[in-house]
Design a protein around this ligand. Structure first.
Ligand code: RRO
Length: 303
């Protein structure tokens, strides 16, 4: 059975996508993840200037997920772009370049260099919870400004990654970025959260706050994808659903909410076999019910 999907003309051999930030730090690791079965792989977000990231501890596990505050570590931009070029050559499938910046001008600068390295798509990370200032994705006007700033320098389909945190509703942010030129929406980034070590009476992460991912994020992400689908399905904007997916049923749930492809992040840290397992489970489910993948997308919206 074919599990191939197309996102704005870009062919993915299957709908699973390595989510940004997880193992996306080197060309060889991206290749390993693709060879393990992912339909596409996303880089760790590429920033405008060298940045150390936060001191340890940057990750903490809890009962139903993970919190991270890695803090957007970045090599110098030229080095990141060179790594991206090498990844595009090495990986025999789609590489998505994730980028971030502090200002719209930063985003434009990074986007123009990254686009020249010929990734299959470019993803704007406007939703990292571990930034010093405000998260742009929490505001439709700020989000649209960034999309508008990069639109004419990005040749590839443009993905915009949104936040699960609602200040405005996620529908308003989705509408704003689509009107500003986004081709695809990725939903969602991690959820701002905190874990406190009760023995020490202090937050575990050096940054105190972090982004929550894993199983606890899944129902939130499913709701976000469902809402975004209601808002943008008519405009034919595909959604990459991301948040706590670790099985075929999780992936199908995300697609039934309206996702055309499904990001896998935290689950990858338990082993790269997750992609093949998800795909086998999806295939078994679809075959049993004589359904195609396309029929599943948005299914939960039926009455
Ligand atoms: O580097 C990070 O701390 C980070 C980023 Br850029 C992001 O987009 N999401 C996240 O949970 N962590």
């Amino acid at each position: 059975m074919s599990l191939e999907v197309r996102l704005c003309g870009v062919r993915l051999r299957n709908p699973t996508v390595l989510a940004a930030g997880v193992l996306g730090t080197s060309p060889h690791i991206l290749k390993r993840v693709y060879d393990a079965g992912a339909g596409a792989v996303t880089t760790k977000s590429i920033g405008p200037r060298e940045r150390e990231g936060h001191p340890n501890p940057v990750v903490v596990e809890f009962e139903c997920g993970l919190l991270n505050a890695v803090g957007l570590p970045s090599p110098p931009l030229e080095e990141s772009v060179e790594n991206l070029r090498r990844a595009v050559k090495l990986v025999k499938g789609s590489v998505i370049a994730s980028i971030y910046g502090e200002t719209a001008a930063d985003f434009r600068h990074v986007a123009s260099l990254v686009s020249e390295a010929e990734p299959a798509m470019v993803e704007l990370n406007i939703s990292c919870p571990n930034v010093e200032g405000r998260i742009p994705a929490l505001n439709p006007a700020e989000s649209a400004k960034i999309v508008g700033a990069v639109r004419d320098v990005v040749k590839q389909p443009l993905i915009v990654k949104l936040s699960p945190t609602d200040t405005f509703t996620i529908k308003e942010v989705a509408r704003a970025v689509v009107d500003a030129g986004a081709d695809v929406i990725a939903a969602v980034n991690t959820m701002p959260a905190m874990v406190i070590d009760v023995d020490f009476g202090r937050p575990v992460l050096s940054n105190r706050r972090g982004g929550m991912s894993g199983a606890a994020l899944r129902p939130i992400a499913v709701r976000c994808v469902y809402d975004i689908y209601e808002e943008v399905a008519d405009a034919n904007v595909p959604i990459i659903g991301i948040g706590g997916v670790s099985s075929g049923r999780d992936a199908l749930e995300m697609m039934m909410a309206g996702a055309s492809a499904v990001g896998v992040g935290t689950a990858v840290l338990k082993g790269l076999d997750v992609f093949k397992r998800i795909l086998a489970e999806m295939e078994e489910f679809l075959e049993k019910r004589c359904l195609s993948l396309a029929e599943v997308v948005g299914m939960a919206h039926g009455r």
